[in-house]
Write a protein that binds this ligand. Structure first.
Ligand code: ADP
Ligand code: ADP
Length: 234
């Protein structure tokens, strides 16, 4: 099932008298249950593309259809509502509240949505178990390792059961061993929860963990590459 469809997408910035084509005619489809990587060098348009997909910026031209709805036709209120219902975010620097424990951090998005405390804590615990943190539920975020903090970040993104998860350089602050663990966790979750995970990275090795890699250069998708089998089994 298609979840994200992008058609003839352009983002053009006017810089002085010059036009910068941050996105220069992008077309693709991403499906339910897919782990997709948008990979390219610095300045290639990754952040711009992610911001468009998340409805944080408007395209200059083109269409973004997510779960059947045209993002480019939504106003700001509709976009906020759309994100609340459909999207989870995983950040490079985790963005946890440092003086809250793991359960409280994961429960936060449910709190914003008015879910009662008992229910949101139970949900938070369920997702912390899913990411392998059953023993760290009451640990303060600032007392956890980077890998543990990112697991909390992943649980927080999942707790609202979004259709789509956006991850911006999610392993950018992790050592190589922890990076592998987090990438394998994301592979497993996509398979189990059948969400669509869109990860942005500049690193080809990290992108190799995705089911499909969307290679972006100068605002264009140059090729879409399927995963080689051995990366997953390794
Ligand atoms: P990446 O995330 O791959 O590093 P970006 O999406 O940040 O790339 O940037 C793509 C191109 O668009 C770059 O040339 C960048 O300088 C330009 N760009 C991004 N944002 C703006 C902006 N707000 N104003 C002008 N140019 C921008
Ligand atoms: P809430 O938790 O209040 O329900 P939403 O679910 O509406 O918030 O959406 C998450 C919010 O987080 C977005 O509205 C946006 O402002 C912010 N956000 C998420 N990811 C990014 C990002 N990559 N860059 C900037 N802001 C972001």
């Amino acid at each position: 099932t298609p979840v994200i469809r992008v058609k003839n997408l352009y983002k053009i910035y006017q810089v002085g008298t010059n036009k910068v084509y941050a996105l220069n005619g992008v077309d693709f489809t991403m499906y339910k249950g897919e782990f997709c990587a948008i990979v390219g060098p610095s300045g290639s348009g990754k952040s711009t593309l992610l911001n468009m997909l998340a409805g944080l910026e408007k395209p200059t031209k083109g269409e973004i259809i997510i779960a059947g709805k045209h993002m480019e036709r939504m106003d700001e209120n509709q976009l906020v509502q759309f994100r609340r219902e459909n999207v989870g975010f995983i950040f490079q620097s985790y963005n946890l509240l440092k003086t809250l424990n793991a359960v409280e951090n994961v429960a936060l998005p449910l709190s914003f949505r008015g879910v009662p405390k008992k229910i949101r804590n139970a949900k938070a615990e369920e997702y912390l178990k899913l990411v392998g943190l059953e023993k760290q539920m009451k640990h303060m975020a600032n007392a956890m390792s980077g890998g543990q903090q990112q697991r909390v970040g992943i649980a927080r993104a999942l707790v609202v059961n979004p259709k789509i998860i956006f991850a911006d350089e999610p392993t950018g602050n992790l050592d190589s061993k922890t990076t592998m663990e987090v990438l394998k966790l994301m592979q497993r979750i996509v398979r189990e929860q059948q969400q669509t995970l869109v990860m942005v990275t500049h690193d080809n090795y990290i992108a190799g963990f995705a089911d499909r890699q969307f290679h972006i250069v100068d605002g264009k998708i140059l090729k879409i590459e399927e995963k080689k089998k051995e990366t997953e089994e390794a």
